[in-house]
Ligand binder design. Sequence first.
Ligand code: IPE
Ligand code: IPE
Ligand code: MG
Length: 243
Amino acid sequence: MAGSAQITAGPRVPVHVAVIMDGNGRWAKQNGLQRIKGHERGAESVRMAIRTCRKLGIRYLTLYAFSVENWGRPKAEIDALMRLLRKFLRDEEHELHENKVRLRAIGRLADLPESVRAELNRVMAATAHHTGGTLVLALSYGSRTEIAAAARDIARQAKAGTLDPETVNEATVAAHLYAPDIPDPDLMIRTSGEMRLSNFLLWQLSYAELYVTDVLWPDFREEHLVKAVEEFSGRQRRFGLLG
Ligand code: IPE
Ligand code: IPE
Ligand code: MG
C-alpha cells in the first residue's frame, strides 16, 4: 500500500496504539445478520490490525475486546464471544509465532470461563519470549476496576508497613496497574463513531491522541488504520507545554 510505505518506520509512528473495536452489532444489523456474525467478521479486522501494526513498526497494540460492563449482555452473545475468543487464540498462535509477537492480557482474567483462561495462559506463556511486538488483549477489562484494584494493593502494603503512604505518587499508582511495563498508548482509535471512552484505559490515555472514525469495526481495513496513523503523525503533541 502506498500509504503504509510512506510512513513505515517514520519517526512519528506511534509506539503504542489502543483500539476500542466497536460497531460489530451495527454492522450485523446493517447486513441483516445476527450480532454474532458481526463479531465473527470483527475477528478478521483484528488479524488485519495485528499484521498492519507489524508492518508499520508499531510496537504495542492494545485491543478492547470485552469490558466488565459487557457481562451484562445476553448470555447467548457472551457465550458466542467467549467461543470466538478461544477460537481466535487457537487460530492465531501460529501467526503470533511467525511474526514474533508476544501476547499479553489485561483485565479481570479470573472472570473468564476456564477454557478461555487456559488457552489464553497457554498462548501467553508460549509467546512470552517474542520481541517483535506486543499484542495486549483487554478482556473483562474496566479501567475503574483496574484503578480500584491498584488502590487496594497500595492500601494493603501501607497497612502491612511495607509502603510509606507519603511516598505514593503517580509512579506508585502506575506500577500497580495490570501491565505496568507497557508504555501508555500514543494513539487511541475508536471505530463506529461513538465519542466516549467506555471505561477504557482512563489512566493510561491521559495524553493519548484520540481518533474516532465512523467506519464500523468489521469494515475497518488496513487503509483505515494507515489513515489514523497518518493523522497521528501530523498532530502536534504538547503535553501541557508550549508548542
Ligand atoms: C464491539 O461491538 C464488540 C464488543 C463490545 C464485544 P458491539 O457489540 O458493541 O457493537 P455495537 O456497538 O452494538 O454496534
Ligand atoms: C466498548 O464498547 C467495549 C468494547 C469495545 C469491548 P461498548 O459497545 O461496550 O461500549 P458502549 O456501550 O457503546 O459505551
Ligand atoms: Mg458497542
